[in-house]
Design a binder for this molecule. Structure first.
Ligand code: PLP
Length: 378
C-alpha cells in the first residue's frame, strides 16, 4: 500500500501481525458509511474529509482513498508536511487545504505540491499573493476568518481593513471563506449562533465566495450552519458528534492486545509498579503487550474485554504492559497469544474517553505506531 500504511518503529516497514503486541483494525467501509450518513444530512451541500494528524491516527492516506471512492474530493490537513505526504499518497486531483496556514517561506513547497493555502493572516495573504505572482498564475486558497474561537483566522479588524480592497486578493483564487466553531458539540450554547452571525458579517466584507463553517457537530446544528461545504473529521471516525445523545455514526476502530503471560497470585501479593494494587484474595492475572508507549493514557480506560467479560486493569499501566484481573474467566480460558479487546463492540472510543476524562479525539490521535494495522472494508 502507500506510505502511511507503513508506519512503524523504523518508519519504513509495516508491523506484522505476528510480531506486534497489539492489533488495530480500521474499518474503511464504516468510514465510507459515516461519510454517506453525513452527506444525507447535508442534502446537496458538499462534504470534505478532515484527515489531519494522520487521519485522527487512523491513516490519512487510507482514509482519504476510501473517501475518494465516495466521490469526496476535498481534504483538510493541519500542517503543510501532512499535505505534502497526502498529495504523494493520493496523487493529483482532490484539493488539499492546510488548516494551520503555510509557515513563512514554505509557499513554493506548498505550490509545488499543488496544495491550497488556508490564509489566516494578512502576512499569509501577502505571501500567497507573492507566490501567485512568481508562479504567473492564480493560486487556490480558503480565507479563514476568526468568528469567535480566537484560534486561527483573520481577526475581524483585519477583515475590515480588507473590505473593498480587491487588489489584496490579486492572483488568489478564493475557493472558500471559512471559519471554525468553538462549541458546536453543545447545541444549546449561544456561542454557536453568535459565531454564525459573526461569520456572515465577516464574509460579507470579503470577495464573494462559497462558505464553510460546520465541523462534525456543526452539521447537526441544522441547515443554517451548512453553507456550501462541511468539514467533518471526528464523525467520520465514529466519534459521537452529538454528545449526550445516541451516536448516529458507525464505529470504525477495534483495538486488541495480545496476552503475553498469565499467572495465579495469592492474597496479599503486590501487583505492578509501586505495588499500587495488592491482591485481596487469590487472583488470576494476564499481562498484555500494550501500555502507555502505545498512546494509551496512564489514566485511560480501566478494563479490557474478552468474549463479553470485563477484565479490570490492576495497578499501574506500564510502558509496554498492563496487568488484567482475569479471575472472572474459567481457568485456562485465556491463554498466551489470545487477544483481548480495548476498543470495539465492548468499549467504544467515546466510552474509553469517558473513563479517562478525555475526548474520543485524544484517544484516537494518541494511538501509537507499534500496532499491526489491519484495514478492512465491511
Ligand atoms: C479539526 C477541524 C475540523 C474537523 O472537526 P471535527 O470536530 O473533528 O469534525 C474542521 N475544521 C477545522 C478548522 C478543524 O480544525
Amino acid at each position: 500500500m502507500n506510505d502511511a500504511s507503513k508506519r512503524s518503529l523504523s518508519g519504513d516497514a509495516a508491523v506484522s501481525e505476528a510480531a506486534a503486541g497489539a492489533i488495530l483494525t480500521i474499518d474503511l467501509g464504516a468510514i465510507r458509511e459515516n461519510y454517506r450518513r453525513l452527506k444525507a444530512r447535508l442534502g446537496g451541500v458538499r462534504c470534505a474529509g478532515v484527515v489531519k494528524a494522520d487521519g485522527y491516527g487512523l491513516g490519512a492516506a487510507q482514509v482519504a482513498s476510501a473517501l475518494m471512492r465516495e466521490a469526496c474530493d476535498i481534504f483538510f490537513v493541519a500542517l503543510l508536511a501532512e499535505g505534502i505526504d497526502l498529495r504523494k499518497a493520493i496523487g493529483t486531483g482532490p484539493d488539499i487545504y492546510v488548516l494551520n496556514g503555510l509557515p513563512p517561506g514554505s509557499e513554493p513547497e506548498a505550490r509545488a505540491a499543488g496544495l491550497c493555502a488556508v490564509i489566516n493572516s494578512g502576512a499569509q495573504l501577502k505571501a500567497w499573493r507573492a507566490a501567485a505572482h512568481g508562479a504567473g498564475r492564480r493560486l487556490p486558497a480558503a480565507i479563514q476568518v476568526d468568528s469567535g474561537m480566537s484560534r486561527l483566522g483573520l481577526a475581524p479588524a483585519e477583515v475590515e481593513t480588507l473590505e473593498g480592497d480587491s487588489s489584496a486578493f490579486e492572483g488568489i483564487d478564493i475557493r472558500y471563506v471559512m471559519s471554525h466553531l468553538a462549541c458546536a458539540d453543545e447545541p444549546r450554547n449561544p456561542a454557536n449562533e453568535q459565531q454564525r452571525l459573526a461569520f456572515e458579517r465577516l464574509r460579507a466584507m470579503l470577495p464573494e465566495a462559497p462558505a464553510s463553517l460546520a465541523n462534525s457537530s456543526g452539521i447537526f446544528l441544522g441547515e443554517r450552519y451548512h453553507h456550501d461545504l462541511a468539514r467533518p473529521g471526528a464523525a467520520l471516525y465514529g466519534i459521537n458528534p452529538t454528545p449526550g445523545e445516541p451516536n448516529p455514526m458507525r464505529p470504525v476502530v477495534r483495538l486488541q492486545a495480545k496476552v503475553a503471560q498469565t499467572r495465579r497470585v495469592e492474597k496479599g501479593t503486590g501487583i505492578g509498579y509501586g505495588h499500587a494494587y495488592r491482591a485481596e484474595g487469590p487472583l488470576s492475572l494476564a499481562t498484555i503487550s500494550f501500555g502507555y508507549a502505545d498512546g494509551w493514557l496512564r489514566r485511560s480506560a480501566s478494563a479490557a474485554w474478552f468474549e463479553g467479560v470485563r477484565l479490570p486493569f490492576l495497578g499501574r499501566v506500564s510502558m509496554d504492559s498492563v496487568i488484567l484481573d482475569i479471575s472472572a474467566l474459567s481457568p485456562g480460558k485465556l491463554r498466551e497469544g489470545d487477544l483481548v479487546e480495548l476498543l470495539g463492540p465492548s468499549q467504544s472510543v467515546d466510552d474509553a474517553a469517558g473513563h479517562a476524562g478525555t475526548i474520543g479525539y485524544e484517544i484516537l490521535a494518541s494511538l501509537g505506531p507499534r500496532f499491526h494495522r489491519r484495514y478492512i472494508n465491511r
